[in-house]
Design a protein around this ligand. Structure first.
Ligand code: FMN
Length: 193
C-alpha cells in the first residue's frame, strides 16, 4: 500500500466531512480479505467523540468483514470516481477483490489499518465499530467512532470545504437514485437574521 498524501483533519471537524451527505465508499478488511462498497446512507451522530452511522446491509460482504474486524473506512469519492462508485455498488467483493478488479490503490489507515482510497477521493474517515446488536440486526445501521480523518487540502482545509470551479473532479457526489449523482457545488454562507 502507498503512503498517505492527505492532510490530517482534526477529529472535532470530522462531522463536517459527511454533514452534507456525500455518497461514500465503505472500505473493510479482515483475515487477508479486503473490500469496498458504495453507501449513500451515512451521517454524523455526535461531535465529540466524533461518531457516525452508516447503513450496511446484512447481505453484503462488507458487513461480514466489518462485523469480524470491528472497523471500517469511509472514503469520499470525487466526481471523477462516479463510475467507479456506482460499479463497486453493483457487484460483491465475495466474487473477487474489487481493489484489484478496478485498479484501486489503497493506503493503510493509521489507527486501525483499514484500506483507504485517496486517489480521486476528497477525504477519508477511519472508524471503529460501536457494536449495537439491535440497530445492526433490525435496521442494518452500524454506529462507529471516528478515530482518524484526513482530506485532500485542495478541497478541505482548516476544517472547511473549498468547493470552487477548479476542483470539480474532487467534489463529493450525492446519489439521486439509479446511478444519477449531483456534485456538491454552489456553497452559500448563511447569515443569522
Ligand atoms: C450509489 C449507491 C449507493 C448505495 N448505498 C448503499 C447504502 O447506503 N447501504 C447499503 O447497504 N448498500 C448500499 N448500496 C449497495 C451496495 O453498495 C452493494 O450491495 C454492494 O454490491 C455491496 O458490496 P459487497 O458485497 O462487496 O460489500 C449502494 C449502491 C450504490 C450504487
Amino acid at each position: 500500500m502507498s503512503p498517505s498524501r492527505f492532510e490530517p483533519v482534526r477529529l472535532e471537524h470530522a462531522s463536517r466531512l459527511i454533514n452534507h451527505g456525500p455518497t461514500v465508499l465503505v472500505t473493510s478488511a479482515h483475515g487477508g480479505r479486503r473490500n469496498l462498497m458504495a453507501a449513500a446512507w451515512s451521517m454524523p451522530v455526535e461531535f465529540t467523540p466524533p461518531r457516525i452511522a452508516v447503513v450496511i446491509d446484512k447481505s453484503t460482504f462488507t458487513r461480514e468483514l466489518v462485523s469480524a474486524s470491528g472497523a471500517f473506512g469511509l472514503c469520499l469519492p470525487g466526481l471523477a470516481l462516479a463510475d467507479l462508485t456506482y460499479s463497486v455498488g453493483q457487484r460483491s467483493g465475495r466474487d473477487g477483490d474489487k481493489f484489484e478488479r478496478y485498479g484501486i490503490e489503497a493506503v493503510t489507515g493509521p489507527v486501525l489499518g483499514m484500506p483507504l482510497v485517496e486517489r480521486g477521493c476528497a477525504a477519508w474517515l477511519e472508524c471503529r465499530l460501536i457494536p449495537e446488536r439491535h440497530t445492526e440486526d433490525a435496521y442494518d445501521t452500524c454506529f462507529a467512532e471516528v478515530v482518524a480523518a484526513a482530506a485532500d487540502p485542495r478541497i478541505f482545509a482548516n476544517g472547511h470545504w473549498l468547493f470552487d470551479e477548479d476542483n470539480a473532479d474532487l467534489q463529493t457526489i450525492h446519489h439521486l437514485g439509479a446511478g444519477l449523482f449531483v456534485r456538491s457545488a454552489g456553497a452559500v454562507q448563511a447569515q443569522a437574521l
